[in-house]
Design a binder for this molecule. Structure first.
Ligand code: BEZ
Ligand code: FE
Length: 260
């Protein structure tokens, strides 16, 4: 007799039961009446139809997953991947005697930034040839490929650390920005009287063989939104100083990856 095909998945079953149990606990605790319940269902329906569910989840939930997984572990703290990562960024190669330059237009507005980093692991080994992916917003506070006139991969690229685990890349200083406020996520922020701003940040993703991929962000001391980041992505070990060098700014941070 042919074996019956089953879709049963024990992990889904376990997580689903917990999800329903806690949603029911939430309904009890919040004492939602039927009208409020219906309003909530309608709002969730608008959220799904607007295509903003990834944004909403990354603003209000992603940081909790990361804190639960990593706060107690050694190594650089991960931060939000967020909704603005895209695959396929160009490889940035060093020209002899010149720094790596993150993809940008010739007349790009913004303050020039030289960002230096070093990548090692929790055992102190320098990680040569680590793949580093970097992306951030431009002087109009937009991410390329998202509601922006810039080319698809503007301020997006990947490169590799040198034999000492070091890298240096020329770009511009990213700016604080508002998450979209004209959809159901913004509606929710208005109801709770919360501003929609994220502090300025660089996004970085590190991949090295034998190590956990590290997805994180770098923030700058003195940014007015560090303590009230709408997406709660700031961690103390991800803060660096922007040093004013007259014609440009410099910043640096060291990154520590976990072994698998
Ligand atoms: C971001 O890092 O760009 C981001 C993260 C979470 C929500 C929205 C944006
Ligand atoms: Fe971002």
């Amino acid at each position: 007799m042919q074996k019956e095909l089953t879709k049963k998945n024990e992990r889904v079953e376990e997580v689903f039961h917990l999800f329903i149990k806690h949603i029911q606990g939430f309904l009890d605790e919040a004492k939602l009446n039927h009208e409020e319940y219906t309003n909530f269902v309608n709002w969730a329906d608008r959220l799904g139809r607007s295509g903003e569910f990834p944004l909403y989840a990354d603003v209000f939930l992603e940081t909790h997953v990361l804190k639960a997984m990593y706060t107690e572990k050694p190594g650089t703290q991960p931060s939000l991947l967020g909704p603005y990562f895209i695959e396929g960024s160009p490889l940035i190669e060093a020209e002899p005697g010149k720094p790596l330059v993150l993809t940008q237009r010739p007349d790009e507005a913004g303050e020039v930034l030289y960002f230096k980093g070093n990548v090692s692991n929790v055992d102190g080994k320098k990680l040569a040839n680590t793949r580093v992916e970097m992306w951030h917003n431009d002087a109009s506070q937009k991410y390329s490929a998202f509601d922006s006139d810039a080319p698809r991969y503007n301020f997006r690229g990947h490169f590799y650390t040198d034999e000492n685990g070091d890298f240096e890349v020329k770009s511009i200083v990213p700016l604080p920005y508002s998450i979209p406020t004209d959809g159901p996520t913004g509606e929710f922020l208005e109801y709770t009287d919360q501003h929609p701003m994220r502090p300025a940040h660089l996004h970085l993703m590190f991949e090295a063989e034998g190590h956990e991929t590290l997805i994180t962000q770098v923030f700058f001391e003195g940014d007015e939104y560090l303590e009230t980041d709408v997406a709660d992505g700031v961690r103390l070990d991800l803060l660096t100083k922007l040093i004013d060098k007259g014609s440009h700014k410099e910043a640096s941070l060291n990154f520590v990856m976990r072994t698998v």
